[in-house]
Ligand binder design. Structure first.
Ligand code: IPE
Ligand code: IPE
Ligand code: MG
Length: 245
């Protein structure tokens, strides 16, 4: 029996694209009397197992919120730790990305990221460009509003030089100017650690995503939690404003 059948999941009712707000690393650590950074370290274990399981289930794309533009407000030692962790992850997991045939991609602003991080991002993009399996997209130095600002700048520049008529701008023009151009929109948005908010994630793209929030902190997010989200998603009736009659 394959993995989907074993989990009782109907392949037709699987989300094509799952986006996750990986929240609660700090709380996970504090509840255990540890430093916040221990939570980030443990969060990497969840990242690894979620990627592997989504790939095995045949999910097309997984987009993980790793660092928001607002996260620069955190204390510098925590930011430094997160950047070092990201760098180490990119290097250490590269062989796994290749073994799992994952196509690596990234969304967010490059400006503001250190050169050592950008170099490892670029290397992962390069080596995995021809892979055929799941797309793994990391949102790094990302915010939905910044993304929209960057898209508007691109379109305004095209209008200024005369290659775009304002009256020709439609939803597809905007979608194609976002970092996520050519990616499918998320069908399912998962948030861990219980907060009922979007925190500036994929604002344009989640217009019709199904939302699923768990009280579990990100380091506790495991295969069972993922399956629960997928079962709940399969039961949702997606109407997109119409009527399913
Ligand atoms: C999510 O966990 C990781 C990042 C935002 C980088 P947090 O660090 O936000 O953990 P909490 O929300 O403070 O518990
Ligand atoms: C969202 O979590 C950002 C990431 C998971 C990278 P935050 O912890 O930054 O969100 P808020 O501050 O609770 O809204
Ligand atoms: Mg948080």
């Amino acid at each position: 029996m394959n993995r989907l059948a074993a989990a009782g999941l109907d392949p037709v009712k699987l989300p094509r694209h799952i986006a996750i707000i990986m929240d609660g690393n700090g709380r996970w650590a504090q509840e255990r009397g540890k430093e916040r950074i221990q939570g980030h370290l443990q969060g990497v274990v969840s990242v690894r197992r979620t990627i592997e399981e989504c790939g095995r289930l045949g999910i097309g794309q997984l987009t993980l919120y790793c660092f928001s533009t607002e996260n620069w407000k955190r204390p510098q030692p925590e930011i430094d730790f997160l950047m070092a962790l990201l760098n180490e992850y990119l290097i250490k997991e590269r062989p796994e990305i290749m073994r799992q045939d994952i196509r690596f991609s990234v969304i967010g602003r490059r400006e503001g990221l250190a050169d050592f991080v950008l170099a490892e991002i670029d290397e992962s993009l390069r080596v995995s460009a021809n892979n055929q399996g799941m797309t793994l997209c990391l949102a790094i130095n990302y915010s939905g509003r910044t993304e929209i600002v960057d898209a508007v700048r691109t379109l305004a520049e095209r209008a200024r030089v005369g290659t775009l008529q304002p009256s020709d701008i439609d939803e597809a023009t905007i979608a194609d100017a976002l970092y996520t151009a050519a990616m499918p929109e998320p069908d399912l948005l998962i948030r861990t650690a219980g907060e009922m908010r979007i925190s500036n994630y994929l604002l344009w793209q989640i217009a019709y995503a199904e939302l699923w929030v768990t009280e579990k902190c990100w380091p506790d997010f495991d295969e069972a939690a993922l399956y629960q989200a997928l079962h709940d998603y399969a039961r949702r009736e997606r109407r997109f404003g119409g009527l399913n009659i």
